[in-house]
Design a protein around this ligand. Structure first.
Ligand SMILES: Cc1cc2nc3c(=O)[nH]c(=O)nc-3n(C[C@H](O)[C@H](O)[C@H](O)COP(=O)(O)OP(=O)(O)OC[C@H]3O[C@@H](n4cnc5c(N)ncnc54)[C@H](O)[C@@H]3O)c2cc1C
Length: 558
């Protein structure tokens, strides 16, 4: 009997393509189908955020994506004709990411890079193939596909991923529902050639009384995406978007001298905020727009879908390979459902603020906005938060930490002073593990901590702290123990302090010559951090407690 297919992916948008690449990378057999006969040519999602670029780095396609995009250098915000704020992205406090910017790249190019990568891995999207039916069995799922000629094929697979967009057939077939609300606010958008003196790599947000205008750079010289809020249009009035209409809106709502020509893709959308009741039904998962949709404010939709897929597949693979317990896979739903709900709350509020029509509310918005947007705190939050670098899974049942709860006066003072070595203030379990540049030549990063995390393994960071070379025996013993104990791949990495003199080079030891890794992880004493394959912290322990680490690992991994 032939071996059951591990996973079938329905829909080859950015979410499905990411899931398929991840599936191959994690050693799963996969098929991916799409009802359309070709990849979408529309520019839809225009910004790839820093966290998405980190994910693409791990997947091995970041260079292609960077080469196809253009760095978006600044966002200028206007209250009608008056400048309110100028956010220069490279001046924000991005902390540790290697991608401290917004990358403008049409979704069609992001999808092209993803599909080319998938093809390099030997998997091709089966087009003109539509999901027709799903029947869940105890140990597998029977999926019926309908081909363009009307014939049907039934495929049995261990798992199904429904990444078939907002109108997901998968969602309907497994009886899951969207919950949320639709606002009647209409936006129109167009990709247009613009002659103007304004820098091409900057964006503009004009809070005009007649409706907000957004101008976003496109990688093609002189072309930009225009987005207009149309407060007087209703969802049942599809607008006829013409060059004349766009020019008139631009002249009326902004003070910029811009000559528009060569109108490309146009579209309109009404704002909807929906999240699926559950991200999973048995052996069927929902990801991307199939699981959540929201207003494009902040450019989060495509980025979220890609991260759903990235969160899901390593867990699915470990469980499918018999290397992890089902609790790990269950956490996809807990972690990503929470993220989707939080995102919808934030984006919904931001959309309400920018689309307010009442003159008093607009005046209040612009006055308060003027103050807030010019604070470092808000600007920096705009950087890391919008880039999804601050997303965490602290409430997840599969993350844990053992931190000494010492309430002595000394300890409290120590904590209050936020001493840089305080483990309590270090990145917590569930958060994205911070990156540290280990070696650089000027602008070129030769080695970063993330290079050690990339791959399909967990990484156990074993910090030497202030101990001397004699402690290496204990650190190595912990390293050896976790290496051999589990079917799931765990790669130990000893972080020795700067005083340690290695007799010989070892790939599992980094000498922290400038103490940066110890400082970033607040490792004043020897301690442990277990990093998941998606670079989030699975577990941390303030001490070298092998029994506590083992207890954690036994609960999650096999
Ligand atoms: C006008 C517009 C502007 C946007 N701007 C932004 C932005 O600036 N930033 C941002 O992050 N996001 C933006 N988005 C949202 C972004 O485009 C989506 O979030 C993203 O496309 C979701 O990707 P996905 O792969 O989950 O779904 P989709 O891209 O919708 O892909 C779903 C795929 O499934 C296929 N499919 C559907 N049904 C079936 C079936 N029954 N069988 C087989 N295949 C099927 C479809 O053909 C499609 O290829 C925008 C969207 C629109 C419409």
């Amino acid at each position: 009997m032939s071996k059951l297919l591990d996973v079938i992916i329905i829909g080859a948008g950015p979410t499905g393509l990411t899931a398929a690449i991840e599936a191959v990378r994690h050693g799963l057999s996969v098929r991916i189908v799409d009802k359309n006969d070709a990849r979408s040519i529309y520019s839809k999602a225009l910004v790839a955020h820093a966290r998405t670029l980190e994910v693409f780095h791990d997947m091995g396609l970041v260079d292609d994506v960077l080469a196809s995009g253009q760095i978006f250098t600044a966002l200028n915000i206007y209250d009608q004709n008056k400048s309110m704020a100028r956010i220069v992205f490279e001046e924000l406090d991005w902390k540790d990411t290697l991608y401290p910017f917004w990358l403008s790249i049409p979704q069609s190019d992001t999808e092209r890079c993803l599909e080319e990568k998938l093809n390099q891995l030997g998997v091709y999207v089966e087009r003109k193939t539509e999901l027709y039916d799903i029947k869940q069995q105890a140990d597998f799922v029977s999926v019926t596909l309908k081909q363009a000629d009307g014939s049907h094929e039934t495929v049995d697979a261990s798992w199904v991923i429904g990444s078939d967009g907002a109108r997901s057939t998968t969602r309907k077939l497994v009886n899951l529902h969207f919950e949320g609300h639709a606002d009647d606010e209409i936006f129109i958008l167009a990709d247009v050639k613009i002659e103007s003196d304004l820098p091409e790599d900057e964006g503009y947000n004009i809070l005009a009384a007649d409706g907000v205008v957004l101008i976003v750079p496109l990688p093609e010289p002189q072309y930009r995406r225009l987005i207009f809020h149309m407060p007087t249009l209703r969802p049942d009035q599809p607008p006829d978007i013409t060059l004349e209409m766009l020019q008139e809106l631009m002249d009326k709502r902004t003070h910029f001298s811009m000559k528009l020509s060569d109108i490309g893709w146009t579209s309109h959308f009404s704002v909807k905020h929906f999240v699926v009741s559950k991200h999973r039904q048995g052996r069927v998962f929902l990801a991307g727009d199939a699981a959540h949709i929201h207003s494009p404010v902040g450019g989060q939709g495509m980025n979220s879908g890609i991260q759903d897929a990235y969160n899901l597949i390593w867990k699915l693979a470990l469980v499918q390979h018999g290397q992890a317990k089902s609790i790990l896979l269950d956490s996809f739903e807990t972690e990503r459902h929470q993220v989707a709900e939080n995102l919808i709350k934030r984006v919904s509020m931001a959309t309400q603020i920018i689309t307010t029509n009442h003159p008093i509310s607009q005046s209040l918005r612009n006055r308060i906005g003027n103050i807030l947007i010019n604070t470092d705190l808000v600007q920096n939050q705009l950087g890391r938060n919008v880039a999804m670098l601050n997303i965490h899974y602290q409430e997840s049942p599969v993350v844990s930490q053992d931190v000494v709860d010492d309430l002595s006066i000394k300890k409290v003072l120590h904590t209050l002073s936020r001493n840089s070595n305080d483990f309590h203030n270090a990145p917590k379990a569930g958060y994205r593990a911070p990156n540290v540049i280990i070696q650089a030549d000027g602008e070129t990063v030769r080695e970063s901590l993330f290079d050690h995390f990339h791959g399909i393994h967990h990484t156990l960071l074993i910090f030497m702290g202030q101990e001397d070379a004699a402690s290496m025996k204990t650190l190595s013993m912990i390293a050896e123990h976790v290496k051999g104990q589990y079917k799931a791949p765990i790669r130990p990495l000893i972080i020795a302090n700067k005083d340690y003199i290695a007799n010989e080079q070892s790939p599992s030891v980094i000498v922290d010559t400038n103490n940066r890794i110890h400082q970033t992880y607040r490792a004043a004493q020897s301690c442990l951090y277990l990093i998941r394959p998606d670079t989030h912290i699975a577990y941390r322990n303030q001490q070298l407690q092998l029994d506590a680490l083992t207890k954690y690992l036994d609960r999650i991994l096999i």
